[in-house]
Ligand binder design. Structure first.
Ligand code: NAD
Ligand code: AKB
Length: 318
């Protein structure tokens, strides 16, 4: 029976992934951990600073952990405010997780990468799995280094470490934590609250995105795949959908015809300009059968449905 440790469980992806893992493995088989202690939580939660390897080891031993999902990181936009701290946190936590997993014989590890590994040298349209990686952010640099460390631990120690280069993740369940793609969540919240939106990217900035349901399903499918199906051991390209701010605003206007978006690009525009517009994920499709389920229309319907319910329910409680 597997026991799962999730590190960075309180973040945008962790909040949703923990629930999916609890459903799959059982409430008592998932140990959620984060620097921040949640106010309300169902299941096992442990406060953990993943920069401390001995603290990870203690949890792995106490709960006899067999799988680790390591989600703690500082993302692209926040990372530029403090590059050295971002490098130190992103690298130290990844190295700690890999080394603890090796020493403690953890059977599977998941560490996400990002489309942020790509930079100006990669072909921006249908960006291939194998591209020259010259990221412009410290976040992207740390993800490229993490990918190389994952490949190293697999090749040298046969550690079963798996990874996905997530596009920007869009969710109603949790808020994003300091990325360049965050606008694509914020815009829905504003629309559902009856407010207009000022976007920090230009209207024609096309970026790869993915709906949270697809991102979680991809993660679980990759982790369930037989080890001999996994031919990419640094990180798999993954595509969900691609759109511009103007396109998502138009999709929202279908539900809220008076909704207006204005555009005031800031420093995040340069980051977005260095990233792909769309992703070639043929290796993930071939190796473990990846196929996204959500397009822009279906995602918009689902986001608005859930956010409407959240805000409506909040209002009735006031
Ligand atoms: P997030 O910023 O929302 O959450 C990160 C969590 O890590 C936070 O809850 C934070 O408290 C925790 N954390 C920070 N430092 C820690 C430490 N020292 N020890 C333990 N926990 C610590 O991030 P997210 O959006 O959920 O992303 C999760 C992972 O997925 C990251 O590796 C990120 O790079 C990757 N990713 C996310 C996206 C996206 O759009 N959300 C896209 C590509 C890749
Ligand atoms: C960010 O914008 O930094 C993240 C990512 C794509 O890695 N959402």
């Amino acid at each position: 029976m597997d026991t799962i440790l999730v590190i960075g469980a309180g973040g945008q992806i962790g909040t949703v992934l923990v629930q999916a893992l609890q459903q799959k493995f059982g409430l008592n088989r998932v140990v959620a951990s984060d620097l921040k202690t949640p106010q309300v939580f169902s299941g096992i939660f442990e406060t953990l600073d993943a920069t401390k390897a001995e603290a990870i080891t203690a949890l792995v031993r106490r709960y006899e952990v067999t799988q680790i999902y390591h989600l703690a990181a500082i993302l692209s936009a926040s990372g530029e405010a403090n590059p050295i701290r971002t490098w130190e946190l992103n690298m130290q936590t990844v190295l700690n997780v890999l080394e603890v997993a090796r020493v403690e014989k953890v059977s599977k590890v998941f560490i996400p990468s990002s489309i942020a590994v790509f930079g100006p040298s990669a072909n921006p349209v249908n960006t291939p799995q194998q591209s020259f990686l010259d990221p412009t952010t410290v976040y992207g640099i740390s993800k490229v280094a993490a990918e190389n460390w994952m490949q190293y631990y697999y090749t040298k120690y046969n550690l079963d470490v798996r990874s996905i280069r997530y596009p920007g993740v869009i969710s109603y369940q949790s808020m994003p934590g300091g990325g360049t793609t965050d606008y694509a969540v914020d815009i829905y919240h504003k629309a559902v609250q009856g407010q207009d939106y000022e976007c920090f990217l230009s209207e024609d900035t096309r970026l790869p995105m993915i709906y949270m349901d697809d991102a979680i399903r991809a993660t679980l499918e990759l982790m369930e795949a037989d080890a001999d199906q996994i031919t990419v051991r640094n990180s798999y390209n993954l595509a969900g959908l691609s759109f511009t701010p103007a396109e998502v605003a138009a999709a929202i206007q279908h539900f809220f015809p008076t909704f207006q978006t204005t555009y005031k690009p800031d420093f995040r525009q340069q980051i977005a300009n260095s990233w792909p517009q769309s992703i070639d994920d043929s290796a993930a499709r071939r190796d473990w059968g990846w196929k996204p389920a959500y397009d822009l229309t279906r995602m918009t319907e689902d986001m608005i449905h859930h956010l409407d319910h959240q805000y409506h329910a909040d209002l009735t409680q006031v």
